[in-house]
Design a protein around this ligand. Structure first.
Ligand code: UD1
Ligand code: CA
Length: 452
């Protein structure tokens, strides 16, 4: 038997009014990546052969996110927001191309697992025309209810249209559905807008399929209901974030990372850890961070877009920004910021330093208060510091500038010209010392006091 083909349609055109935000709902981040990226990632893991994303008019930012995370997906614009079934039909051209299974996933349900999507497809493969993912919600407000009679799914009732007894049903619509490709269009085209909101509800597909003597089934999610959390409000976003963080921390602990206070560490969906990494309390990881074996991240550090090599020590209070690469055993201490900079093995910047657009050679020592002046107000420039170089405290390295291997820069220097290897550069005014000057000043002051 040849593998079944599958078209996934991701609905992301809703206005997300309940988020009270200028940002499209599906672009809100969860564990450091957009809701849409989570959904597209899951869909990609479910063996789909084509992906369509339905977006709202003028939402270039959403289209750009689709392109970034899933370049093969095709975007369709739903010109008017007239409900979930109407949104699915915006991707009509993709449906018409034909697929055995059609998976419909809502862009605001980011925690859904690939296994659940596979179970829906299995229900279609065994003859159902409509398969709906159901779950038992502790708080079912806002969800459509699955009406099951004698083991058959007979209807999905939206909360606004449900009777009091239907509302008591605990089995809720998780917002993920599969349709058999061959009957999908006929069913979708028969959906009307005769309901309280005058919207075309995808959920009506169940009753319509039954009216055509086709089968509809509910597939209940056996894992926690967390998987089905739909995000409509900032409160639900925060709750889902807590769930996502809990999962990521658990995965890190399982992989052998030491988290001294897991509940205070904020991870990103793509954070990668080696073995024997220690993360102290209150550390935030943004996107694209890799931490290699034996590294220690001290408290209150904020890290994004950084590669942290073996045995590196970061923080406390360090900020690593995108483009940071720290070689084995490097040390980035308190109140040090690093951006677009490579710090080679064994190099140290232990206190109060900014390394931006720079390279620091192996075993170089960057003294407290060193600043790479990378920006001249118009453009960014690079600072290159050779291996074994020593930068004295409180030095300003005005880029573009190169400090040669093994060179010394005297503390308090302003370095505007390249320093050759093994040289000493003193970029500061010579000290002037005036004997008894302070004593005389005190004398003058006391005279003044007497006069008044
Ligand atoms: C929907 C379901 C409900 C289910 C819940 C699960 C319907 C009618 N209701 O309700 O049964 O329990 O999800 O979370 O399907 N969208 C569009 N275009 C539109 C309208 C919506 O693309 O015209 C998209 C939204 O961006 C969103 C998804 O469809 O990603 C669901 O829409 P939403 O308004 O959030 O539906 P719910 O009220 O949550
Ligand atoms: Ca929703």
């Amino acid at each position: 038997m040849t593998a079944r083909t599958c078209l996934a349609i991701v609905l992301a055109a809703g206005e997300g009014t309940r988020m009270r935000s200028a940002r499209p709902k599906v672009l809100h981040p969860l564990a450091g990546r957009s809701l849409l990226a989570h959904v597209l990632g899951t869909v990609a893991q479910s063996g789909v052969t084509a992906t369509a994303v339905v977006i709202g008019p003028g939402e270039e930012a959403v289209a750009a996110e689709v392109k970034r995370v899933c370049p093969d997906a095709e975007c369709f614009v739903q010109h008017e927001r007239r409900g979930t079934a109407h949104a699915v039909l915006a991707a009509r051209a993709a449906i018409e191309r034909g697929a055995d299974d059609i998976l419909i996933v809502y862009g605001d349900t980011p925690l859904i697992a690939p296994a659940s999507l596979s179970r829906l497809r299995a229900a279609i493969a065994s003859g159902a025309a409509v398969a709906v993912l159901g779950f038992r919600a502790t708080d079912s407000s806002g969800y459509g209810r699955l009406i099951v009679e004698n083991g058959e799914l007979v209807a999905i009732r939206e909360e606004a249209d449900a009777s009091a007894s239907e509302r008591k049903t605990a089995l809720c619509n998780g917002g993920t559905m599969a349709l058999a490709g061959k009957t999908a269009l006929t069913i979708l085209e028969r959906i009307g807008d005769d309901n309280r909101k005058h919207e075309f509800y995808l959920t009506d597909a169940v009753e319509i399929a039954r009216g055509m003597a086709l089968r509809a089934v509910a597939v209940e999610v056996e894992v926690e209901e967390d998987e089905m959390r739909g995000i409509n409000t900032k409160k639900q976003l925060a709750e889902a974030e807590a769930v996502a963080q809990q999962r990521l921390r658990q995965a890190a602990l399982d992989a052998g990372v030491t988290l001294l206070a897991p509940e205070t560490v904020h991870l990103c969906a793509d954070t990668k850890f080696g073995r024997d990494v220690v993360v102290e309390p209150f550390v935030v990881f943004g996107e694209k961070v890799t931490v290699e074996d034996g590294a220690v991240i001290h408290s209150f550090s904020h890290i994004a877009g950084a590669h942290i090599g073996k045995g590196v020590s970061v923080g406390p209070f360090a900020r690593l920004r995108p483009g940071t690469r720290l070689g084995e055993g490097a040390r980035i201490g308190n109140f040090v910021e690093v951006k677009e900079a490579v710090v080679e093995a064994g190099a140290k910047a232990n206190h109060l330093t900014y390394l931006g657009d720079a390279s620091v050679g192996a075993n170089a020592n960057i003294g407290a208060g060193t600043i790479t002046c990378n920006y001249d107000g118009a453009a960014k420039h690079r600072t290159e510091i050779g291996r074994d170089a020593f930068i004295g405290s409180n030095s300003a390295l005005v880029a573009p500038v190169k400090i040669g291997e093994g060179a010394y820069v005297g503390s308090g220097s302003v370095i505007t010209q390249d320093v050759p290897a093994d040289a000493l550069a003193l970029g500061r005014n010579r000290q002037v010392t005036k004997k008894d000057w302070a004593k005389r000043l005190r004398g003058l002051k006391s005279l003044r006091v007497k006069k008044t």
